[in-house]
Ligand binder design. Structure first.
Ligand code: HEM
Length: 511
């Protein structure tokens, strides 16, 4: 007892001495080391190492340098976090420091000079935008109120697939048309996109709009040399800026048309009741009490953010899920057994049924683990100097969270290259930013505000495709022929679009 108390005294005295010394000689940030990483070349830094699939190339580099590494891309320091612990450091412990975004050509030309939410720097404008999205669109009541739109559009999608029964279909095109129609109705009240040229409110054909959104996603995700080596910007070496400007013109035309229609509808109406998100945004633009003034360009940027954010992401996940399942037909059997048992063959799956379908939920999580839509999330930016696990991260550093790599970490996942939904059964891992080993929507201040909507759409649509159809590959193709090659972009998609044959499984009167 005596010896214990003398040890306790020594420990306390040492701690007091340490506290005193640290006051006398405060620890200096500049004494810290940078995270380990490869030596940069002049001018290009380590841009030569990013490859055509940056999450994969950075994953390989992290095997050598560790879960936190520093590189230099052109003129800027870049830090990559490749483990769940490191992701937590940036997105939770020091979230407030890393909650901004770097400036980019995509932010400038495709987001009305960083006036959407995705590319807005941290600050009052961005906070206000997120608040508008969360309170006007993504709160539980609003999400419920738009459920009928999701249901109607999904039924139309399932009926279209039924009419194509037995024929090979490019699944992505149909998924795209369905998600775009429901997002357009929620945000703009109408589809505005139609096959029929006589349809007076449509100004774009579906395939044209699909191309616009795909181009938007691609250009938002590219490594534009001018962003990294600013003095080369004027050369537009890859031609991306030219494409961005051309795309901006197309979106401008579309959004001007939509807004003019909305404004006409509001003109002279006393106590106008907003019917959709554009009405709400237009009203807010005239609101003298709003914290940060919303400009016309700002409204365009926010509208485009919603249209784009809600479409390509969900389509990409659903296409990946179907491709993985078609490669392993026993998994489809397991899913349909669950659907038959819980839902039965006389009705479609509804959003409220999803918590009763753990295997469907497991398929969605496994797809998001193996094929995170944003393999590096969207770049975060250090607003100030910060000490992260004893390493020096300087203000202005671009931070990538490599979710593609975290999803393949063998210390977290057995046989990570295998697609195995069963790994999630009975596990309390969710996708809502609390479990850092699975971050399909990010986490913290910059986490996806639309995750609830996205999850509903992906889970219910996937469940209904499996419930409503016998899904197989075209006759001339077997499982081994199905390529799982990825094409990197803002959304990392299948390189070769999935072609499937769908035949009805439920009584025909349901379609
Ligand atoms: C399954 C579908 C979806 C996935 C996988 C997804 C994924 C993501 C990811 C990874 C981020 C970046 C997080 C970060 O930087 O740390 C993000 C941000 C964002 N997402 Fe989503 N998203 C989905 C659906 C949606 C929907 C439906 C909308 C809106 C209609 C939306 C709007 C946004 C916006 C505006 C941001 C930027 C947030 C900010 O910078 O503050 N997303 N999303």
């Amino acid at each position: 007892m005596e010896s214990f108390s003398s040890w306790a005294l020594i420990v306390m005295a040492s701690l007091a001495a340490l506290a005193f010394l640290s006051k006398l000689f405060p620890f200096k940030f500049h004494q810290l080391k940078f995270p380990p990483g490869p030596k940069p070349w002049p001018i290009i830094g380590n841009l030569n190492l990013k490859g055509s699939h940056p999450p994969k190339s950075l994953h390989i580099l992290a095997q050598k340098y560790g879960p936190i590494m520093q590189l230099k891309f052109g003129s800027f320091p870049v830090v990559v976090a490749s483990s769940a612990e490191m992701a937590k450091e940036f997105l939770k412990t020091h979230d407030h420091v890393f909650a901004s975004r770097p400036k980019s050509a995509a932010g400038k030309y495709l987001s009305y000079n960083h006036h959407n939410i995705t590319w807005a720097p941290a600050g009052p404008y961005w906070r206000q935008g997120r608040k508008i999205f969360l309170s006007e669109l993504f709160n539980t009541k609003r999400l419920e109120s738009y459920q009928y739109i999701r249901v109607e559009e999904m039924r139309a999608f399932l009926s279209r697939l039924c009419t194509l029964s037995g024929k090979p279909v490019v699944l992505k095109d149909h998924l795209f048309r369905f998600t775009l129609s429901s997002m357009s109705r929620i945000i703009l009240s109408k589809k505005y996109v139609s096959d029929e040229s006589k349809h007076e409110t449509s100004i774009v054909r579906p395939e044209e709009f699909q191309e616009m959104i795909e181009e938007l996603f691609l250009l938002n995700g590219v490594f534009n040399i001018g962003d990294w080596i600013p003095w080369l910007n004027f050369l537009d070496l890859q031609g991306y800026v030219k494409r961005m400007k051309a795309l901006k013109k197309k979106f401008d035309l579309f959004l001007d048309h939509v807004f003019n229609e909305h404004k006409k509808k509001m003109e002279g109406v006393k106590d106008f009741v907003p019917m959709d998100m554009v009405d709400i945004l237009l009203q807010l633009a005239n609101d003298p009490n709003i914290d940060v003034k919303l400009t016309y360009d700002g409204i365009k940027a926010l509208t485009q953010d919603l249209l784009a954010g809600g479409v390509d992401t969900s389509v990409t996940i659903m296409e990946w899920a179907m491709a993985e399942l078609l490669k392993q037909p026993p998994l489809i059997k397991k899913a349909t057994e669950e659907l038959d048992r819980v839902i039965g063959r006389e009705k479609w799956v509804e959003e409220k049924d999803i918590p009763e379908l753990p295997y469907i939920e497991a398929i969605v999580k496994e797809t998001m683990r193996k094929h995170p839509v944003a393999g590096l999330l969207v770049p975060h930016l250090a607003l100030e100097d910060c000490d992260v696990v004893g390493y020096k991260i300087q203000k202005g550093t671009r931070v990538f969270i490599n979710t593609w790599s975290i999803g393949r970490d063998p210390s977290l996942w057995d046989a990570p290259e295998e697609f195995c939904p069963d790994r999630f059964l009975g596990k309390a891992i969710d996708v809502k930013g609390q479990n850092f080993e699975l971050l399909p929507f990010g986490s913290g201040r910059r986490m996806c505000p639309g995750y609830n909507h996205g999850l509903k759409v992906v889970s219910t649509t996937l469940a209904n495709m499996l419930h409503g159809f016998y899904c197989k590959l075209p006759d001339n193709m077997n499982c081994e022929d199905l390529s799982m090659d990825e094409i990197y972009g803002f959304a990392t998609a299948l390189k070769f679009p999935l072609i499937a044959v769908m035949e009805p499984r439920l009584p025909l009167h349901l379609y």
